[in-house]
Design a protein around this ligand. Structure first.
Ligand code: ZN
Length: 229
């Protein structure tokens, strides 16, 4: 700390200082997620059961160069964690990176200005009459604004993991702890327990919790719509 006579000395009160930082982080994360929501961030599929034929996996995925190493790491991590979930459930990865944009099944782009009015990410889903998702699937990620102590990489990880779930065919969940939470208005953020569960899941997301959802989704899709065999 400088020795300026008017500066506030927090050196003797580390616990209070940390508490203030923690509070700011909580508020900024809350603001970032709750004020934006993820309503209508997935277009085209509505409430239909949509997905990919089994033999399509792993889906090839291409991401345009990220603006920073931290953001690249966040996207890489989201893909890796979805692969781990898929390998546990289906014994194969969901995604395989490709260095070539042409022909990639999933395309991730970074929007550098406010193209998306409310959301931090969007996924464009188009499907045929059988619910088979048409390729490529475009995911647009809007770089989150650095506000206060917001962990931008954490926000981008959460948004990427959520949009990748849509790219796999998952709809929104009503569970505030799910990475696929939620349709706008589906949960009551005024309820303290719901709000706390939501914020905790954004700060410490667990994609394995989506394992049962993705298993049930594809058990149904592959049996009813497209067995892929
Ligand atoms: Zn969504």
């Amino acid at each position: 700390m400088p020795d300026g006579g008017t500066s506030i000395d927090t050196g003797n009160h580390p616990s209070i200082y940390l508490f203030i930082i923690s509070l700011v982080l909580t508020l900024t994360l809350t603001t970032a997620f709750i004020s934006t929501g993820w309503a209508s961030d997935v277009g085209g599929s509505g409430q239909r059961l949509v997905g990919h034929p089994r033999q399509r996996f792993p889906l090839t995925i291409y991401a345009e160069p990220a603006p920073s190493h931290a953001l690249k790491a966040a996207v890489d991590d989201a893909v890796t964690q979805w692969n781990q979930v898929f390998e546990r459930v289906f014994h194969q990865p969901a995604f395989a990176w490709t260095a070539h944009q042409a022909g990639a099944d999933i395309l991730i782009r970074f929007l550098r200005s406010a193209h998306l009015p409310h959301e931090m990410g969007e996924t464009e889903i188009d499907a045929d009459n059988h619910g088979v998702i048409r390729l490529p699937v475009n995911i647009n990620l809007q770089l989150p604004k650095a506000r206060g102590g917001t962990d931008v990489s954490q926000v981008l990880f959460d948004v990427t993991a959520h949009e990748l779930g849509h790219a796999l065919g998952l709809p929104h969940s009503d569970n505030p702890s799910s990475i696929m939470c939620c349709e706008s208005g589906a949960i009551d953020f005024k309820d303290p327990a719901t709000r706390a569960a939501y914020i905790e899941a954004r700060r410490h997301p667990d994609l394995y919790s989506a394992g049962p959802d993705i298993a049930a989704h594809y058990r149904k899709f592959w049996s009813q719509h497209y067995d892929g065999s």
